[in-house]
Ligand binder design. Structure first.
Ligand code: UDX
Length: 439
């Protein structure tokens, strides 16, 4: 089938490559001319494992094209996936201006004849009504939320847990079943819903997962106060099949481009519909998440004392391993907060080359980042951290404390750190923290 993908960011580019990989003829369009130039030049503008290889494979096979000309992008197109950004506005609601602009462009530039316009961007329930108003009567609307995770986006998209498609039109339903027939033929579950249901399902999934993380982080804070161990509590909780073990890792909290904005947007949607208690629930989820940075800094102050001018090394800046994405990264917020409090912060990340909000560029080498540090904070669970030598760290540091803000070090790593004279302090492992830790 002829497919257009509008917006070639973390979702759009991966989706375009995946659609080509299952045999469709795909053309990707982006309003950012520089991005199109980069892609036409054979480069992929961000780090995502396997993406570059898939893009090259599909380009060589002639199934994947890029353009910034709407007429080229939409001529002959049967399905157009809208994958543009929907960032949070200052009031927490989703900014739908890019979705609106894409719909207007589709209305202007596409040929008449039953184009199915699919919301892939995460949008609040009801957005299909906006699309309906903006699109021509001969066009259909569907919602097909994306559940990919950065770092495993290509595999997630090619092997989804389920394909969710919401539409209220029979023609769109038939076309969307065709789009995914290769995957459904090999056993992937296809969930057909109304458009509003599909829109809401995505916000519900992300907000529920974020709630799980904030819940375990709240338990971690309590563990610190009462001398319990959050990893064991999470193990007990996770072995109940009704709860499940995933998304119960306590630490610095969630970040990235999806969870923070989706939780804020669903909280606003609850509020708009008068379901105020649920809006407050999600506000608390966000509050607990932000508070984890203060909780970790309180540990630092308690165990090391944070004098203005002290050097602190933050290891990891990406919002999670496997990506160079620092949008809403708790690691970056932590480094920023430490800088604001007068610490001299040095950072390291294997993929992030620069973060504008921070004073200094990250070091490409862990030991250089840790030179002269009073304390080190492990902020993103990169594998390289497991490979570092504690003896070398102890040599270059000016202190002896490692705050493991992601509870990523194993017992044997902790023993090796202790043998090198370093002490490791985790999150929710029974260390008491003053109640004023919340910010
Ligand atoms: C998320 C959803 O998982 C995905 O389905 C959706 O399509 C987009 O948003 P992503 O943002 O790539 O994906 O990251 P994810 O792996 O879900 O992690 C989100 C954040 O939560 C990260 O900052 C991660 O470090 C944090 N996290 C995750 C925890 O703090 N604890 C956990 O137990 C799990």
């Amino acid at each position: 089938m002829n497919i257009t993908v509008i917006g070639l960011g973390h979702v759009g580019l991966v989706h375009a490559a995946a659609m080509a990989a299952i045999g469709h003829d795909v053309i990707g369009i982006d309003s950012d001319r520089a991005r199109i130039a980069t892609l036409l030049n054979g480069e992929v503008p961000f780090h995502e494992p396997g993406l570059s290889e898939e893009v090259h494979r599909q380009r060589r096979a002639g199934r994947l094209e890029f353009t910034n000309d709407p007429h080229v992008a939409y001529s002959g197109s049967e399905v157009a996936f809208i994958c543009v950004g929907t960032p949070a506005l200052p009031n927490g609601k989703a900014d739908l201006s890019a979705v609106e602009a894409a719909a207007r462009e589709l209305e202007r530039s596409s040929a008449p004849g039953g184009l199915v316009v699919v919301e892939k961007s995460t949008v609040p329930p009801g957005t299909h009504e906006l699309l309906r108003r903006l699109l021509r009567a001969d066009m259909c609307v569907a919602s097909n939320p994306e559940f990919l995770r950065e770092g495993t986006a290509m595999t997630d998209t090619l092997n989804p847990d389920r394909i969710v498609v919401g539409t209220d039109e029979a023609f769109a339903d038939a076309v969307m079943r065709d789009v995914y027939s290769t995957m459904t033929d090999s056993g992937t579950r296809y969930v057909a819903t109304s458009v509003a249901t599909a829109e809401l399902a995505k916000h519900a999934c992300n907000s529920f997962l974020a709630t799980k993380i904030s819940f375990i982080n709240a338990i971690a804070n309590l563990c610190d106060a009462v001398g319990a161990d959050v990893s064991q509590v999470a193990g007990v909780m996770g072995s109940d099949p009704r709860i499940g073990p995933d998304f119960l890792e306590a630490g610095l909290g969630y970040g990235g481009f999806c969870f923070p904005k989706d939780v804020a947007a669903l909280s606003e949607t609850f509020y708009d519909h008068g379901i105020v208690e649920a809006s407050l629930l999600l506000q608390q989820v966000q509050r607990i998440n932000r508070g984890m940075i203060g909780h970790v800094i309180a540990k630092l102050t308690r165990y090391v004392g944070l004098l203005p001018g002290s050097r602190v090394a933050v290891l990891g800046l990406a919002f999670k391993p496997g990506t160079d994405d620092t949008r809403y990264s708790p690691a970056v917020s932590l480094a920023r907060t430490l800088e604001r409090r007068g610490a001299r912060v040095s950072t390291w990340d294997p993929k992030v080359r620069n973060v504008e909000e921070l004073h200094a560029k990250p070091y490409p080498d862990i030991y250089n980042a840790c030179r002269g540090a009073k304390a080190i904070i492990l902020a993103t669970e990169w594998d390289d951290i497991h490979r570092m030598s504690f003896a070398r760290l102890a040599d270059v540091m000016d202190g002896t404390t490692i705050i493991d803000a992601r509870n990523m070090l194993s017992d044997s790593e902790r023993s090796r750190a202790a043998a090198a004279g370093l002490s490791v302090i985790g999150v929710g492992q029974g260390e008491e923290v003053p109640a004023c830790a919340w910010i």
